[in-house]
Design a protein around this ligand. Structure first.
Ligand SMILES: NC(=O)C1=CN([C@@H]2O[C@H](COP(=O)(O)OP(=O)(O)OC[C@H]3O[C@@H](n4cnc5c(N)ncnc54)[C@H](OP(=O)(O)O)[C@@H]3O)[C@@H](O)[C@H]2O)C=CC1
Ligand SMILES: CC(=O)[C@@H](O)[C@H](O)COP(=O)(O)O
Ligand SMILES: [Mn+2]
Length: 384
């Protein structure tokens, strides 16, 4: 029996994690969870899973839940997230909040020696060097939940590190994969939220449409698998059937395939190194799909991917700026304050006005993150 702490229980990954827990009551028990603003969903989860500790974002919601659920502890804010992530009974922390808000709870969970099932890629993008160093120091495993990284992790099992030639992350191309650059100028939020293969939260769906998601994933892969950017490639594969691959020194390529279903990598992170049946999963019938498509990335068409490689290679605080600028720009696009193509303009402007600080401490990361957000907000106001 593994005791699970779930950060972001009301989100897309959170709900699918709960499904895995629900279907395997002998294997998993939810002990603590966090939600943001969705209190209606939170109450349903509390009724079904009876966690011992719940964190919410707002103090008022915390007070109201305390009255309604006198048998559980309710906390709020960043302290609440950290309390959930470090719950004494938790064995595994699933980080399924969106954005760099996940950084501090993840670090504290590592320091409390919890295994991390990491969905929240922004944590590694913004401070990968600190997170990986702490994980090593405390002897903690960081198991990938992101489908590409889970695929790579699965393709690496039983292999030696020195046998790896390169990692190949697959990219669906997102909502606008068949559009040319000039066709992107008038696209709407609704169009962008219509991902062809995956049903996900709003922020990652926009990231997927701009190809920033793949850029963040390249940086995530750099930290998780400790390989230089020159040995991490991206391949356009519109069906999202091959979730990623590892090429070895002898030119063999090992890939992980499956119908797009995030419960597969979520469950694998929770059961690793074992595998158990996945309730309600759809068998991959390659004969029905018949044809898979691949093409090389066009870095001019997908400028955000280029920006992410640039930020990753410069290193230091540059990926922190990339992430913070992206979070703010995507938020503004979702609020109809920026056009789709302005997202990348804003990120490029934030990156080009920043002098990277190498080997930044946590306070430096936090300062750069906060400065970038303010800077980007002022850029957005000027444009609007
Ligand atoms: N969805 C997917 O298939 C995949 C997602 N990921 C990654 O997983 C993470 C989660 O993605 P996804 O589930 O799609 O996101 P969602 O937007 O669906 O869910 C986000 C969750 O985080 C909570 N939340 C949002 N902001 C805050 C905050 N400031 N403080 C505390 N909690 C907050 C939300 O609470 P509430 O709704 O209650 O306000 C919700 O529970 C992201 O980092 C994403 O990149 C990676 C691979 C695939
Ligand atoms: C399911 C998952 O892991 C997402 O990150 C997904 O990969 C998005 O797909 P694309 O970014 O390839 O469109
Ligand atoms: Mn992914």
């Amino acid at each position: 029996m593994k005791h699970i702490s779930l950060l972001g229980a009301t989100g897309s990954i959170g709900i699918q994690t709960l499904d895995v827990i629900r279907n395997n009551p002998e294997d998993f028990r939810l002990v603590s969870m966090s939600v943001g603003y969705n209190i209606v969903e939170a109450k349903k989860i509390i009724h079904e899973f009876s966690p011992k500790l719940v964190s919410v974002l707002k103090k008022e919601d915390c007070e109201a839940l305390k009255v309604e659920f006198s048998n559980i502890s309710v906390v709020y804010g960043m302290e609440g997230l950290i309390e959930v992530a470090t719950h004494p009974q938790a064995d595994v922390v699933v980080t399924a909040v969106v954005g760099s808000v996940g950084l501090m709870p993840t670090l504290e969970a590592i320091r409390a020696r919890k295994t991390i099932a990491l969905a929240n890629k922004e944590t590694l993008v913004t401070a990968g060097h600190i997170v990986m160093k702490e994980a090593e120091k405390y002897g903690v495993s960081i198991l990938p939940v992101d489908s590409e990284h889970s695929a790579i992790f699965q393709s690496l099992q039983g292999e030696k590190r020195e046998s790896i030639e390169r990692l190949i992350l697959t990219a669906s191309g997102g909502s606008f994969r068949d559009k040319t650059r000039s066709e992107l100028s008038g696209v709407t939020v609704e169009d962008a939220l219509n991902h062809p293969n995956w049903s996900m939260g709003a922020k990652i769906t926009i990231d997927s449409a701009t190809m920033m998601n793949k850029g963040l994933e390249v940086i995530e892969a750099h930290w998780l698998f400790d390989l230089p950017y020159e040995r991490i490639d991206v391949l356009l594969h519109k069906e999202s059937i091959i979730h990623s691959m590892v090429e070895y020194k002898d030119t063999s390529v090992i890939a992980q395939l499956g119908t797009p279903d995030m419960r597969v990598p979520i469950q694998y992170a929770l059961t690793y190194p074992n595998r158990i049946p996945l309730a309600g999963s759809k068998q991959l019938k390659l004969w029905e799909i018949a044809t898979l498509h691949f093409s090389q990335m066009d870095f001019e068409r997908f400028r955000c991917l280029d920006l992410a490689y640039h930020a990753g290679k410069v290193g230091g605080t540059m990926p922190t700026v990339l992430n913070a600028a992206n979070e703010e720009a995507v938020g503004a696009f979702l609020a109809n304050k920026l056009s789709f193509l302005q997202i990348e303009d804003i990120i490029e402007e934030a990156l080009s006005s920043h002098d990277a600080i190498q080997h930044p401490s946590l306070p430096t990361i936090q300062e750069v993150d906060s400065f970038t957000r303010d800077h980007v907000k002022s850029l957005i106001t000027k444009r609007g």
